[in-house]
Write a protein that binds this ligand. Structure first.
Ligand code: HEM
Ligand code: HEM
Length: 228
């Protein structure tokens, strides 16, 4: 293969065998499925296995940080400027979804894009409040209010057995901050449910498997009327 052949196969990302175009670069795909794994791990270990919960939570934070940088400097369909739209365009897209006449987007559609932003913001809030919760000194200095730091066992939600001497709640902040952390986490469940529902709906409407596209990175090329 000459350098020119190589450049032409890379340049427009066209897969001549499958006639599909590369939309999601490898970093976006790796980000997505690692995020699903880390998020599920954080949820499943939240009540019982704190060290794993915290590690998974930090992994989520790291992935979100990486994705934000990639949203600024990454490939075409990974960039926020490519997919984030204003409220008017997003609402008009949602209006079109009701009678089922929304157009196909090669990248994220406006509703999906709003959901991506909501998920990234809520994940950041969850990880930040988790980090603040984990050591009382952080909560006090970040919030500038010493009252938020409660002694171990003052947390009314705490399971006394788990909080025993030397237990994971020893010296940890609780109260309102813990409530905020849990509220963010619960909100995420709702957002993720809507996200997966939206993916299923768009897959059905446009007759394409978007989950597979998030694995292979490739989608059907744009037809006339589609937005690339
Ligand atoms: C197993 C369940 C899930 C499936 C099947 C799924 C599927 C997908 C698909 C197909 C896309 C691309 C959407 C498009 O074509 O516009 C996507 C994007 C995305 N999903 Fe999921 N998802 C799942 C779970 C999650 C979870 C649990 C989170 C976060 C906690 C999440 C966060 C995101 C984000 C942030 C994007 C944007 C990707 C990017 O541009 O980097 N997803 N998902
Ligand atoms: C972004 C991903 C995260 C999710 C989805 C998440 C989710 C949750 C949930 C659902 C709970 C409530 C558990 C219960 O019912 O008792 C919880 C508690 C907690 N989380 Fe997270 N969390 C995340 C990140 C973090 C991080 C990064 C840390 C700290 C480094 C952390 C520290 C804690 C602590 C200390 C508790 C309180 C445990 C207790 O008092 O029972 N979380 N988290």
């Amino acid at each position: 293969m000459t350098i020119n052949d190589f450049a032409s196969t890379q340049s427009d990302s066209q897969d001549t065998a499958g006639r599909r175009v590369l939309v999601w670069d490898p970093l976006v795909r790796l980000f997505h499925w690692s995020l699903v794994g880390a998020f599920a791990t954080a949820w499943l270990t939240a009540e019982d296995i704190q060290p794993v919960h915290q590690l998974a939570g930090y992994a989520v934070a790291g992935l979100v940080g990486l994705r934000i940088i990639w949203g600024l400097v990454g490939s075409r369909y990974a960039r926020f400027t490519q997919f984030v739209r204003g409220p008017a365009q997003t609402l008009s897209y949602i209006g079109d979804m009701i009678p089922g006449r929304e157009r196909r987007y090669l990248g994220h559609n406006p509703a999906g894009a709003a959901m991506v932003v909501a998920i990234l913001v809520t994940l950041s809030g969850t990880a930040l409040t988790g980090w603040l919760l984990e050591a009382p000194g952080r909560a006090a200095s970040a919030a500038g209010q010493v009252q938020i730091v409660t002694p171990a066992f003052a947390d009314s939600d705490a399971n006394e057995a788990e909080a025993g001497a030397g237990g994971y709640l020893e010296g940890r902040a609780g109260g309102p901050l813990k409530d905020v952390h849990e509220t963010f986490a619960n909100l995420l469940l709702l957002l993720v449910a809507l996200h997966v529902g939206g993916v299923a709906l768009a897959s059905f409407r446009h007759r394409e498997n978007l989950v597979r596209a998030m694995v292979t990175g490739r989608k059907r090329p744009p037809a006339p009327g589609d937005i690339a």
